[in-house]
Design a protein around this ligand. Structure first.
Ligand code: ADE
Length: 384
């Protein structure tokens, strides 16, 4: 237990109950865990994971353990950890380094602790652990057999490393599997993002104008669910093809400079930086609510917002009020971090079941190879 760093061990009992509740919605992972328990594909192997520490992730960690793996887990976002889950996992023999609300320094120290554990497989969400291995912790590369990546943003980062010839081990892109993005991104993000906005604010969605920035798999789900809840939805999208899809799906599409004047609730989910920036803050209505559901907290330019503000204070948990010089108030949710995991519990277990089945099977794949894989990004192998 000393090896771990979690907030409060007294929360473990609640964590066990919530992990079991999610596990009931994860039949695919359960089947894999049962087979792993018999076949022990990871006996004597170490897996290092950097994932949102949720009840769903806990079921994945326990599946790996049932296959014989030793596992160390850190958070893939400082605000997404469920502290009861972290505590419960430690009592089940997983090393966990994650505390909800940890500062940036602690977040990075926790990534280092997972690499100190000398993992052979890296399981990442957002590519922070992959990035660390390729920069400050190159000496740990010698142990690595391969890695997996869960999310679009992480795959984009890894593809640019691959292009530069910098990638040092094979990575399986879980995100690209149809059984991941067509379900988790498409049916998980909308529900969990609206859940996060509602838990943070308790505002009525019906009749409100919601601006969804980005019309990838995640953005289109948020737009569709918000429409279903009675919101008037505006989409902003820089890719012309996706923008046209949004038009044909029945949404108003316009640049953020126009949308900023009309929106009451904003959600960014683009993977890009400064999607809502200084020029847009000037145009917002008084009381505008702004949030992000993309992986990193870079989509809203919070530094610019802070610099323009004369007052900044929390008015509810996860709701920070910024008052601009002219008296206008802007409400930022969850520090601009992914609101579905900061204020809610992330995607429901039944979609994470398929994503994490891909993770478990991809990790197993690395130990069933008859020839060496190249230092490339691979799709999840299909078996017929
Ligand atoms: N990403 C989105 N939702 C998640 C969840 N419930 N668990 C882990 N990662 C997630």
């Amino acid at each position: 237990m000393e090896a771990s760093d979690v907030k409060n061990f007294e929360l473990a009992e609640q964590g066990h109950l919530r992990i079991a509740w999610a596990g009931d919605q994860m039949p695919v992972l359960r089947m894999i865990a049962e087979r792993f328990a018999k076949e022990r594909p990871f006996a004597g192997k170490r897996i290092g994971a950097c994932l949102h520490v949720t009840t769903e992730t806990a079921n994945l960690m326990l599946t790996l353990k049932s296959g014989g793996a030793e596992v160390a887990l850190c958070a893939s976002n400082p605000l997404s950890t469920q502290d009861d889950v972290a505590a419960a996992l430690v009592t089940q023999g997983i090393q966990v380094y994650a505390k909800k609300g940890e500062d940036t320094k602690t977040y990075h120290e926790h990534l280092d602790r997972v690499l100190d554990f000398e993992p052979q497989i890296i399981m990442d969400d957002g590519a922070d652990l992959h990035g660390l291995l390729h920069s400050k912790r190159k000496e740990s590369l010698k142990n690595i057999v391969g890695g997996t990546e869960e999310t679009t943003t992480g795959v984009v980062r890894l593809r640019s490393m691959e292009k530069e010839g910098a990638l040092q081990y094979p990575v399986i892109s879980v995100n690209d599997a149809n059984t991941k993005h067509l379900f988790d991104n498409r049916y998980g993000t909308g529900q969990s993002t609206l859940d996060g906005i509602l838990r943070a604010t308790n505002v009525l969605l019906a009749g409100k104008t919601m601006v969804v920035a980005g019309y990838g798999w995640c953005g289109r789900d948020i737009a569709m669910r918000a429409k279903g809840m009675g919101s008037k939805v505006i989409v902003t999208e820089i890719d012309p093809l996706k923008a046209l899809e949004a038009v044909m799906d029945g949404f108003e599409v316009m640049p953020m400079k126009e949308a900023a004047k009309r929106g009451e609730i904003f959600v960014t989910v683009t993977g890009n930086m400064q999607v809502i920036a200084k020029d847009h803050f000037l145009l917002l209505k008084d009381g505008a609510i702004i949030s992000n559901s993309g992986h990193f907290n870079v989509e809203i330019d919070i530094d610019a917002l802070a610099a323009m503000s004369v007052r900044r204070r929390y008015v509810r948990e996860f709701v920070e009020e910024f008052t601009l010089g002219d008296g206008k108030r802007v409400f930022l949710l969850g520090e601009g971090r992914l609101i579905n995991l900061a204020a809610a519990e992330g995607h429901p277990a039944s979609v994470m079941d398929m994503s994490f089945a891909n993770q478990a099977l991809s990790a197993e794949f690395f130990f069933h190879l008859d020839k060496k894989m190249d230092r490339k990004i691979y799709k999840v192998p299909r078996s017929d």
